[in-house]
Design a protein around this ligand. Sequence first.
Ligand code: GLU
Length: 450
Amino acid sequence: MATTNDLVTSRPGIKNGDGGTTISPSIYKEPAPIVDKDNPLESMMQRFDRAAEILQLEPGIYQYLKTPVKSVIVSIPIQMDDGSIQVFDGYRVIHNDILGPSKGGIRYAPDVNLDEVKALAAWMTWKCAVVDIPFGGAKGGVRCDPRKLTMQQIEKITRRFTANMLDVFGPNRDIPAPDVNTNEQIMAWILDTYSMHTHRTEPGVVTGKPLVLGGSLGRREATGRGVMHSALRGMDKIGLKPKNATVAVEGFGNVGSISAELLHEQGAKIIGISDISGAYHNPNGIDIAAAIKWSETHNFLLEGFPGGEKITNEELLTLNCDVLVPAAREDRITKRNAHNIQAKLIVEGANGPTTAGADPILESKGVLVVPDILANAGGVTVSYFEWVQNRGGYHWTLDVVNERLATTMNAAFDRVYDTSLKHKISLRLAAYVLAIDKVARVLRLRGIYG
Ligand code: GLU
């Protein structure tokens, strides 16, 4: 019988989508979230409110943009191998579709909930606007623990979820992609299920799909590559040369491992890495290729990795380093531990790793934070390239994809940076200001129907 580890697709060890964790045996629990009274939706709203104030957004537009246009909750009944039936909750939130079809990943995790999906959907709206691609924002999730499910069960969940979302998904309507614990194979099942119902193959209904099904070269590495571009730009702003930089990376899934690999390639010394099995510290620099190989050959976990001293996940975040890349999940840097962060630059590979409560603490410490909606936008940018290739019937080379990604990321960084100087605000707030302003301008032009 297939096991969850069969989810590995072409690149071994990098088997999930744009999220921070990999699907691995259930003996490991996710590190307990560092709880403060923020939740991702509150964190998103607090930043939105501040940006709306700076923009002096009209009350009606404010109301419009803070509310998701659609929230769909479905139940997903699955017959398990012993004949019993289990019912999972599935969510899809379209936050906004005013700039174009809504876009955003689907995550499978035991703690998925509506508030989280709403926050993540709104972040997708702002993210697409920041990098100037013609998409709105959405997010989906199924509340399940993929580490406790077989491949067949994951396939059944995916197909039933897709069938329930037939009126929501569509190549010109709402386009899912991988996220935490979902990958190319899962995108292939969504594509197939959707196509069976529309009676024609619809490659453009998902992105992050396998290459042979119309996926794009460079898509799998795109989020990590975008993090690398953002980190290089950020280092430049604080006068740090990559070859002199020490870096800690939280999370060793697709985003964390590729970010670490590419920053290492740029000459930076990666002194700390982590996954759900723990964190590993080596002040002389971790051999990232060896760490990736270790994870590949050890059930997709760093557990037992001999290339560093074992420390706690919490210690990793406050390591003495120049650059911190949180690339795991939400709410990792909070007002509880922000005081202890030693990095001068934070580049957010994950969505929402820093709570709104931690923002002023990091600001007062002078830490430059490249926010998630800019730093991790490489994934959705190459999703856009994939969708464009599907629509046009093109097949771009890897060089073309990577070059266009670099241009998009660097231009977005510069726009955000200039906005932060103009308003004397953080990069995070500047990214919100830019994004909300763009969506608001489009909304005023389109007007309200009805
Ligand atoms: N899940 C990714 C993100 O959070 C990518 C979304 C997409 O490509 O649609 O940005």
